[in-house]
Design a protein around this ligand. Structure first.
Ligand SMILES: [Zn+2]
Length: 367
């Protein structure tokens, strides 16, 4: 390919970026942000990113350290490219579009390169979408960590990118030109069948099949402490047991895993079987359902859970957090570790949530 913006005929960032900048009236980079049939809020976010407005409050750039423990200053370039987390994500996203990862010195480098890849078609092709969804998901993860102390791993962020691409395709199915005539590309964005709705929809807790016990669990990680909560209910939605427990682990994913493990062990002790486990952590559901890509430090609890799944004749599925409200409630209650075996002992609020679930109450879910 000859790159006709530079004297050497080879692609380089500076020539491309200068080219975009020269054409102030029709600045291609800015123009490419506003894509038809694409979430405006995400385009607006990328506009803020390239306008260097994301980390500013009232015009002031706030200097702080990266929360991922890199000891680097938290600049936009660091968050979106330099940080180990961002880097691992780009490794995979570059692979997805069948492209060697480039080296970047600025956000402009990244966006210019990427949008140039997309340019061979038109704006609105899946490459632009992927770029935007990736930046957006990295930014969301950064904010979840900064403001909610919610530590998202690479897998979580990738599944968010997957999910957004999946929804985009569900709402506005990709045309061949948008996929760069590579229909297989869309196969990468497989998400559970229940995630087929548009940007806002209703979800509810559902009763398990007759004779099966449903176990909902979830971890809760706050101030460096890991808690877990869960509830087991029969096929009519009646309370069997619930728990709130603190685990000596130090990351949110382990909290989710140990909550599940605790609930299953409790089922085993009480002789409850068969079980249907519902988890809101998609990564874990994936690990338990397929035998691949398990983070090495999670293998031990995963193997224990698998063993219990066999013993308890259990199956497993994903649940939206909105439909997992009772488990979330127990994960967060302020008490020392406790198992509740009588419905009379549980907090009033939990009783209400349980009866709402029994009645099939639906909860709004927004992307
Ligand atoms: Zn960092």
């Amino acid at each position: 390919m000859i790159w006709d913006l530079s004297t050497s005929g080879c692609f380089n960032f500076k020539s491309t970026w200068d080219f975009f900048r020269r054409r102030r009236d029709e600045n291609l980079l800015y123009n490419r942000l506003w894509i038809n049939n694409f979430p405006r809020k995400i385009s607006f976010f990328v506009w803020q990113l390239i306008s260097n407005l994301l980390l500013k409050t009232k015009g002031l750039q706030l200097a702080s350290k990266c929360l991922r423990g890199c000891l680097s200053e938290e600049s936009a370039f660091h968050i979106f490219w330099e940080c180990t987390l961002a880097n691992s994500i780009w490794d995979i996203v570059f692979q997805l579009i069948g492209c060697q990862k480039i080296s970047c010195n600025s956000i402009e480098d990244l966006l210019t390169f990427w949008l140039n890849k997309a340019h061979h078609s038109k704006s609105g092709c899946i490459y632009s979408h992927l770029l935007f969804f990736t930046c957006w998901s990295i930014w969301k993860a950064r904010n979840n960590l900064r403001f909610r102390n919610d530590w998202e791993e690479v897998n979580k962020i990738l599944s968010n990118i997957n999910h957004l691409t999946f929804l985009q395709n569900a709402t506005f199915p990709y045309q061949a030109w948008q996929l760069h005539n590579n229909p297989d590309l869309i196969m990468h964005f497989k998400v559970p069948p229940m995630m087929t709705q548009a940007s806002s929809f209703l979800v509810s807790w559902t009763k398990p099949e007759f004779g099966r016990i449903k176990l909902n669990t979830v971890g809760f990680f706050v101030d460096g402490r890991a808690f877990g909560g869960g509830i087991a209910r029969d096929h009519d939605g009646n309370f069997i047991f619930a728990f709130h427990y603190e685990f000596g682990v130090n990351d949110p994913l382990s909290a989710d895993l140990y909550a599940c493990l605790f609930g299953l062990n409790r089922c085993l002790t009480k002789g409850l079987t068969p079980i249907h486990i519902e988890l809101q952590n998609y990564t874990i559901v994936n690990w338990l359902s397929h035998n691949r890509d398990i983070g090495w430090n999670f293998i031990n609890p995963i193997l224990k859970i698998r063993n219990l799944i066999g013993q308890l004749n259990a199956n497993i599925s994903f649940v939206w957090k909105e439909a997992n409200g009772v488990a979330v409630f127990f994960s967060k209650i302020k008490c020392t570790s406790q198992v509740f075996d009588n419905v009379e002992d549980i907090p009033e609020e939990a009783t209400i949530l349980i009866s709402e679930d029994m009645a099939g109450k639906r909860y709004g879910r927004r992307i």
